[in-house]
Ligand binder design. Structure first.
Ligand SMILES: *Cc1c(COP(=O)(O)O)cnc(C)c1O
Length: 439
């Protein structure tokens, strides 16, 4: 395995990455962004090694995907075996066992006592699209509510559900109709407790749509791209209860929060919230593209035969990778690992809370963020967040940004990262933030 050590042998980007950046510019649409200007040749555990031989500490996991580490050997072995046996048949043409096994596994893992079923797709956005389709068919209603700061993807329907214009929506409309936006819970800014925030949201739902016309409410239990917004306690349970009382399908989008990221298999479990449908992707398969909708069997079975599917959905290699990934999470207790990461991170990052531009350290498990706001002016410091992330990259640490205003530094380390490496990576972030002088 790659030595678990940060090491810089060239500047960032080095010459080999620079040559690839040139080729990238000539060959690839300018519309694709890039957070860290290096090209990775290898990875393992908490380290990414670039084409120049630089070793970077990974505090991003490819956006909460490689929770078991890039190219985990057991996942690679399972995927290789499956690739040698069957690469594809299309599950709508002939079946294969890994699809069935993964759905059985998800039905067991996802909270809820009643019978559950699953269906597999390729991406998070595709799972969200299909969860909405299921809710519409099951209820015979068509409106869908999403909250402020939401992120659900980049397809037409999921752009409509997503709140942030730049870069996700600008110029790409008109969007799918039938989507309404309602307030969320953002304790740092709204200063409402969970019950008050839920009442505000429910009042809006009742006044501006009405449960009679509302098929579903979709929400991320901790909002990801929106800036790792942890709702006040009681907010999610109250919304779930209102949905249950009013025949509205409660969809938990756990694409980013799922699979041990927050110290539970799913972030909903923290408050014992049981969604009707859950959307899953990112951490599910160590980077192999597969996603899922899992939920109440009666809803899942309300769709006519042939109504769900796709050429590649639930690809056998990706399913085998997912099963191996989930096995690893269970056998190595990565929920405990996520909680341990939170402890270490809160300890190392604590001094930052003294800085007048660090408004909050928030999140849960290995999903933590710092929101940068100038306490004197109230300004959202997006340039600072970007500069800090860029400086960290130069020093060999990958950190990502997020937030509707782009002023949030987010941490999503692989759950298998060693404690020493984690402390070192976080230490670099602390140093970089301490260096920032605000004019
Ligand atoms: C990333 C994400 C999506 C979209 O997933 P893709 O695989 O990029 O389509 C949807 N919902 C949430 C909460 C996400 O974080």
């Amino acid at each position: 395995m790659l030595e678990q050590k940060r090491e810089l042998v060239t500047g960032i980007p080095g010459p080999a990455s620079q040559r690839l950046l040139e080729r990238r510019k000539d060959a690839i649409s300018a519309g694709v962004g890039m957070a860290v200007p290096v090209f990775v040749a290898e990875g393992a555990g908490g380290i990414l090694r670039d084409v120049d031989g630089n070793q970077l500490i990974d505090l991003g996991s490819g956006i909460a995907v490689t929770s078991v580490g890039v190219s985990d050997p057991d996942v690679v072995a399972a995927a290789s075996r499956q690739a040698q046996a069957v690469t594809h048949t299309c599950f709508m043409v002939t079946g294969y066992e890994p699809y069935v096994a993964l759905c059985e596994r998800l039905n067991e893992l996802v909270p809820g006592d009643g019978p559950k079923k699953s269906v597999l797709f390729n991406s998070g956005a595709e799972a969200v699209e299909n969860a909405v389709k299921i809710a519409r068919v099951a209820t015979g209603k068509h409106q869908v509510a999403a909250v402020e700061h939401a992120y659900h993807g980049r397809t037409s329907l999921t752009m409509a559900l997503t709140a942030k214009a730049m870069p996700f929506k600008r110029g790409f409309g008109p969007f799918t109709p039938g989507v309404v936006r309602v307030p969320t819970s953002y304790p740092l800014k709204d200063e409402l407790d969970g019950e008050q925030a839920a009442r505000r949201t429910i009042t809006r739902l009742e006044a501006e749509i009405g449960a009679e016309d509302l098929a579903a409410l979709i929400i991320e239990p901790i909002q990801g791209e929106g800036g790792f917004l942890v709702p006040a306690a009681g907010f999610l349970p109250a919304l779930a209860q209102w949905c249950r009382n009013n025949g509205v399908v409660f969809i938990a989008d756990e694409v980013q929060t799922g699979f041990c990221r927050t110290g539970d298999w799913f972030a909903c479990e923290h408050e014992a919230v049981i969604p009707d449908l859950m959307t899953l992707a990112k951490g599910i398969a160590d980077g192999f593209p597969v996603s899922a909708v899992t939920g109440r069997a009666d809803l899942m079975d309300s769709v006519h035969v042939g109504g769900m599917g796709g050429t590649y959905g639930g690809n056998p290699v990706a399913c085998a990778a997912a099963l191996a990934t989930i096995d690893k999470m269970a056998s190595d207790d990565l929920n405990a690992a996520a909680r341990r990461i939170e402890q270490v991170a809160r300890e190392v990052l604590a001094p930052l809370l003294e800085l007048h531009f660090v408004a909050e350290l928030r999140g849960r498990g290995a999903m933590l963020a710092l929101e940068l706001i100038d306490s004197r002016t109230g300004q959202h410091l997006s340039d600072l967040a970007r500069a800090v992330a860029a400086r960290c990259a130069q020093l060999g640490v990958v950190v990502l940004t997020a937030g509707t205003h782009g002023n949030v530094i987010r941490l999503l380390p692989p759950l298998v990262i060693g404690e020493e490496l984690l402390r070192e990576g976080l230490g670099v972030l602390v140093e970089v933030l301490m260096e920032q002088e605000l004019s």
